[in-house]
Design a binder for this molecule. Structure first.
Ligand code: PMP
Length: 444
């Protein structure tokens, strides 16, 4: 332990022997603990008061910037008024209000909103809805899911089965068996292409190959992130999502967009579905739904899917045997309503759209650095790849640490950093962030 960073935990008098941190090298963390003590606007502050630019909007959670008083006050007020409602069989007015608000943001027809507490829960819920739908239609043999390599769909068993991130799967075996994977959409020929590449739509034919191999009658849904986020921002080539939609339509396969990162403006529209002009049957969302202030997620479903499930269970006391103790928690609903007010009043999705060109131009200006091997981006989401140094992920990890020391927090995945600033960031703050990133990368 040395210097300011190493004293974070020591100064706070923390015993670090009990909290097992997720997706973290707990061993390294203990040697060099990094704590945040406060956050405001686009900055985190460490316990010594040093400002660190939040270059990843938390974990893509916080587009409106940190410390939003409106959200905190709404949560406080809600908890004092009604802190909890038993979510099975009872609800509260804000859950209906919020579902209506979200249904207005989603593409037309995606009217039914099921609330959960995280992205992982949203994905597993979406999978169960797909299975229940096919069963309700008398097609219960449709149990196979088609997803993609280099996909991240959360960490619950359904999402892990869909996921194409090697370590997330290997640690636990295959998880649930009923998922097969199409190729991811990163192509060497599309290096340094800003936005959607012109070539690569034919990768969607992988879905047709799965249909040929396994039979359409066995496939429940095709699940993709419109932009694969956590594995480095893999933007779909032009025509790719459209082609997936066509193949799904031809074969009665549901198309699920995992919008946990893209949802709520990251691509410049409310959802990537709108940015790319392709409407899925089911959509997951989480993260920015409360600007990160409360755990929450949701699944938006086409009316017909909802009606099919509900009508088939007309004689049953319950139509869909699924839900969580904290589904539509009053505090989360209050936080989300306050968040949607901010997005609307401050026109933040439009702002993301407007800032995108400047953000991406600035990010792509790093392409002259020798260590940078590819840059991709869309909306307010960008990925920068580095030449590996020794074992895979070593350089990415080192760069992430060096960036933190230099005053920028970003997410790293393998030898890639993901940059996704809050939409409220100013042009000169983007410049400052890029300067810091350049100064770190130039030493590699
Ligand atoms: N799906 C996608 C596309 C994600 O990016 C994530 C989180 N990064 C998840 C699901 C899982 O969300 P959570 O961590 O809230 O469970």
């Amino acid at each position: 332990m040395d210097g300011i960073r190493g004293t974070d935990a020591g100064q706070a008098g923390l015993n670090m022997d009990n909290h097992w941190m997720p997706f973290t090298s707990n061993r390294d963390f203990k040697q060099d603990p990094k704590l945040f003590a406060r956050a405001e606007g686009i900055h985190f502050y460490d316990p010594q008061g040093r400002a660190i630019i939040d270059g990843s909007s938390g974990l893509f959670t916080t587009p409106a910037g940190h410390g939003r008083r409106e959200i905190a006050e709404a949560v406080y007020k809600q908890l004092m008024e009604l802190d909890y409602t038993p979510s099975f069989t009872r609800s509260h007015a804000k859950s209906f209000e919020l579902a209506e608000r979200i249904a207005k943001l989603t593409p037309p027809g995606m009217n039914r909103i099921f609330f959960v507490n995280s992205g992982s829960e949203a994905v597993d819920t979406a999978m169960k809805i797909a299975l229940a739908y096919h069963r309700a239609k008398g097609e219960g043999q449709r149990t196979l899911f088609v997803s993609r390599e280099r996909a991240y769909h959360g960490v619950n068993f359904g999402g892990v089965a869909l996921s194409g991130m090697v370590r997330n799967r290997q640690t636990f075996g295959f998880g649930l068996p009923a998922a097969v994977h199409m190729r991811h959409t990163w192509l060497p020929e599309n290096k340094f292409v800003k936005g959607q590449a012109e070539t690569g739509a034919e990768l969607a034919e992988d879905l047709a190959r799965m249909v040929a191999l396994y039979g359409a009658e066995t496939i429940a849904a095709c699940v993709v992130e419109p932009i694969a986020g956590s594995t480095g921002v893999l933007v779909p080539p032009k025509g790719y999502l459209e082609r997936l939609r066509q193949i799904c339509d031809q074969h009665g396969i549901l198309l699920v967009f995992d919008e946990v990162i893209c949802g709520f403006g990251r691509t410049g529209r409310a959802y990537a579905a709108q940015s790319f002009g392709v409407v899925p049957d089911i959509m997951t969302m989480a993260k920015a739904i409360t600007n990160g202030a409360q755990p929450m997620g949701a699944v938006a479903v086409k009316q017909e899917i909802h009606d099919t499930i509900v009508n088939s269970a007309a004689e049953e006391a319950v139509e869909f045997f699924h839900g969580y103790t904290w589904s539509a928690h009053p505090a989360a609903c209050a936080a989300s309503l306050a968040t949607l007010d901010i997005y609307e009043n401050e026109k933040l999705f439009e702002r993301a759209q407007q800032m995108s060109a400047y953000f991406l131009d600035t990010l792509f200006s790093l392409s002259d650095l020798p260590v940078v091997t590819d840059i991709r981006g869309y909306g307010m989401l960008g990925g920068v790849d580095f030449a590996p140094m020794g074992s895979p992920g070593k350089r990415g990890n080192l760069i992430q640490k060096q960036l933190y020391d230099a005053g920028v927090h970003v997410k790293a995945t393998g030898d890639t950093i993901i940059v996704a600033p809050p939409f409220v960031i100013q042009g000169e703050e983007i410049d400052r962030m890029a300067e810091i990133v350049r100064s770190v990368l130039a030493k590699h």
